[in-house]
Design a protein around this ligand. Structure first.
Ligand SMILES: Cc1cc2nc3c(=O)[nH]c(=O)nc-3n(C[C@H](O)[C@H](O)[C@H](O)COP(=O)(O)OP(=O)(O)OC[C@H]3O[C@@H](n4cnc5c(N)ncnc54)[C@H](O)[C@@H]3O)c2cc1C
Length: 463
């Protein structure tokens, strides 16, 4: 152990208690990685201490100690990230807020007040117990509130109510220099100066540690159905998406998926995907306050789909059926993972979604590779898996990725709509943002974290 880390063990034990300051490598193994595919996963440093504080005050004291002797601090959440964002890549402190997991529901204000270490599953359950609803559903329910906010997570149910940013109304944060601050509150409106709350949403653990948040909840919708619409061509499926959104119906989710990927996910779960017609499918979740409202939306969508040459739709009404469909959809990633090199999440304006799918098809042809494409069509956000060939990483993998990013940006899009930059995409941020944008970001980082102790080497290129 280096002198610096060795020197602060006692201080950290005094702050969190001896049992919550862990130095044995075997007890911190699962904190050394996230869900980034193995071949790309950044390696963790050797010299690390894992601390698990129980309050914002303890987080503040930890950061003050670290800032004083310039030891890096790596905030971790549920470690479900896909770009190595939480990986402790330098000797330092791994900061896990998992003990800070309380959630209170304020029914009058329709908000949850959640500590950062509570998981997405905890939040869904707390809302449900209060007869309310947290609609957003990024695929892994082990993600924590701090991670969801720090990555501005999206997911399947973002079409109607937006992404994490649209739910967060207040945050308690601790700056790398130790100050505890509150931005926003149980408020729907707030125009008091620059919006620091929205600046820290999506900061990927580089500006501050999020310790608590006020999160908007919704009344439970009385009724919901899930539609599966099969099409023979990608163009027909994708072409139906803007028409559905223009019709005035706002679904909770519009997902585009190929039957090949759905069958692989169903097989992975030892299930059978219920719709075997059509190679390209849309999964649409509708919710509303009454059966009539949802059925009239269903009819409108079915008419649009028919006009776009859809086969007969499956309408799932029971909760079990709907959960099964979402489960298969959420497991495409897991089913493809063993053969996957990387998962990209390029996002384009809705009107260019079809062009993006065509561009990816051409890239797949150019390199003669299988590029599974699926995702949040209602948000213009697609997941593109770059796969191994015969179990190996082809030597042109960076060219494939670069072609996909360039196609997205050429179509008015961005290289990531969900997963963020983390450690993995720093090379790309240099290529696809202007120098001025990067220098503004670096200035902001310097103001929040003058000694660069919080999650160093992430998001922004060095130098
Ligand atoms: C199967 C699967 C499906 C997924 N589907 C989606 C999806 O649909 N949409 C989507 O957006 N993402 C998705 N993800 C990615 C991931 O779940 C999200 O990025 C999630 O928000 C990460 O949360 P986490 O708690 O696991 O964060 P971690 O992975 O632990 O950390 C992510 C980043 O947040 C920082 N961080 C964590 N906690 C704090 C804190 N308290 N304060 C400050 N910084 C902090 C870390 O330093 C790191 O930079 C998926 C991942 C998997 C494995």
């Amino acid at each position: 152990m280096t002198r610096k880390i060795g020197d602060i063990i006692k201080d950290l034990e005094d702050i969190v208690g001896q049992e919550w300051a862990i130095t044995e490598r075997e007890y911190m193994e699962s904190y050394l990685r996230d869900e980034t595919p193995e071949s790309l996963r950044p390696p963790a440093a050797e010299d690390l201490i894992l601390v698990k504080p129980s309050s914002a005050e303890e987080v503040s004291r930890i950061l003050k100690v670290a800032n004083q002797i310039l030891v890096p601090v790596f905030p971790v959440g549920g470690r479900t990230g896909l770009v190595g964002g939480c990986v402790p890549t330098e000797p330092g402190i791994i900061l896990s807020l998992e003990r800070m997991n309380k959630i209170e529901v304020d029914k009058e204000n329709l908000m949850a007040i959640a500590e950062a270490g509570a998981t997405l599953a905890d939040l869904i359950e707390a809302a449900e117990n209060a007869d309310l609803f947290f609609p957003l559903h990024p695929g892994d329910e082990g993600a924590q509130i701090g991670g969801l906010i720090s990555t501005n997570a999206g997911g399947v149910r973002a079409v109607k109510y937006g992404v994490m940013r649209n739910y967060v109304k207040g945050v308690e944060v601790v700056l790398p220099t130790g100050e505890i601050l509150n931005f926003g509150g149980l408020l729907i409106k707030n125009n008091t100066g620059y919006d620091l709350m929205h600046l820290v949403i999506g900061n990927e653990g580089t500006l501050c540690v999020i310790t608590k948040a006020m999160i908007k909840l919704y009344p439970k919708s009385g009724y919901s159905v899930t539609l599966v619409l099969p099409f023979d061509s990608r163009a027909d499926a994708i072409g139906a998406v803007p028409k559905i959104l223009q019709s005035g119906v706002i679904p909770l989710a519009i997902e585009y998926v190929g039957i090949k990927e759905l069958n692989q996910a169903a097989e992975h779960l030892s299930e059978r995907w219920p719709v075997q017609t059509g190679s390209a499918q849309l999964i649409i979740i509708l919710s509303g306050s009454s059966e009539d409202e949802v059925y009239s939306a269903c009819e409108k969508i079915s008419e649009i789909a028919e006009g776009n040459n859809a086969h007969e739709a499956l309408i799932a009404e029971t909760r079990e059926e709907q959960e099964r469909i979402l489960r298969v959809r959420s497991n495409i990633y897991t089913a493809l993972k063993p053969r996957m090199i990387d998962i990209l999440d390029v996002t384009v304006p809705m009107s260019r979604l079809g062009d993006l799918v065509n561009a990816i098809e051409k890239i797949a042809e150019k390199y003669g590779v299988y590029l599974p494409v699926y995702g949040h069509a209602g948000d213009g956000n697609l997941h593109i898996h770059v796969m191994k060939e015969d179990g190996k990483v082809p030597n042109y993998v960076n060219e494939i990725k670069n072609d996909i990013y360039s196609a997205g940006v050429r179509l008015g899009g961005v290289i990531t709509g969900e997963h963020g930059i983390g450690k993995l995409r720093i090379g790309e941020i240099k290529k696809f943002l202007t120098e001025k944008e990067i220098s503004l970001m670096k200035e902001i980082k310097r103001i929040f974290d003058p000694n660069n102790i919080l999650n160093p080497g992430k998001v922004l290129p060095s130098g």
